[in-house]
Design a protein around this ligand. Structure first.
Ligand code: HEC
Length: 149
């Protein structure tokens, strides 16, 4: 198992595209993620990635913004799924967002977090890595503070 810890790209574009939660839902989460990240009928957690985020609608997907990642070390909350704390630098936010760490890695495992946290498998799990254009959208969105609209 490789560590995948060459260090993620944490440099924002000086002119990030106007990506929103709503546009990302249509362009990315609907086609490539919600096949696993969904809540089953009757409240059963039968989407394999469900505990790690429900991506069925933009409103549900948006719940990952500011939410502590399940990959935090015991007791810690610094690693987020999407770090939207704009008092921190964009580089710090990208480095502490598992959405970015797990999608941007070209290895089987996501990049590690700022405190050397393991972040599990690269996403989308067991599927083709996202394209450069898709990765740029995720990055631009986090760089802009992860807005809904
Ligand atoms: C084939 C099923 C599958 C697909 C498709 C999939 N995921 Fe996952 N996802 C999982 C599973 C299982 C986990 C928990 C295990 C892990 O992290 O390795 C997970 C965990 C995650 C986490 C970790 C959340 C946390 O608490 O830090 C993120 C972020 C994530 N996925 C994002 C995505 C994104 C974005 C996509 C689409 C580009 C995607 N996933 C597609 C199954 C999937």
């Amino acid at each position: 198992m490789d560590a995948g810890n060459d260090g993620p790209d944490t440099t924002c574009s000086s002119t990030p595209e106007a990506v929103t939660m709503v546009s990302l839902q249509t362009d990315l989460f609907d086609p490539k993620c919600k096949s696993c990240h969904y809540k089953g009928t009757g409240g059963a957690a039968d989407g394999t990635g469900y505990a790690y985020g429900d991506y069925e609608t933009a409103a549900q997907t948006y719940e990952m913004v500011g939410k502590a990642s399940l990959y935090n070390k015991m007791g810690a909350t610094t690693l987020k799924i999407v770090d939207s704390d704009t008092t921190r630098s964009t580089a710090q936010r990208l480095a502490a967002s598992t959405l970015w760490l797990k999608c941007a890695s070209t290895k089987s495992m996501g990049f590690k977090g700022p405190n050397n946290e393991i972040t599990g498998a690269t996403m989308p799990q067991n599927a083709t890595m996202l394209t450069a254009a898709e990765l740029q959208k995720i990055k631009d969105w986090i760089c802009r503070g992860a807005p809904m609209n």
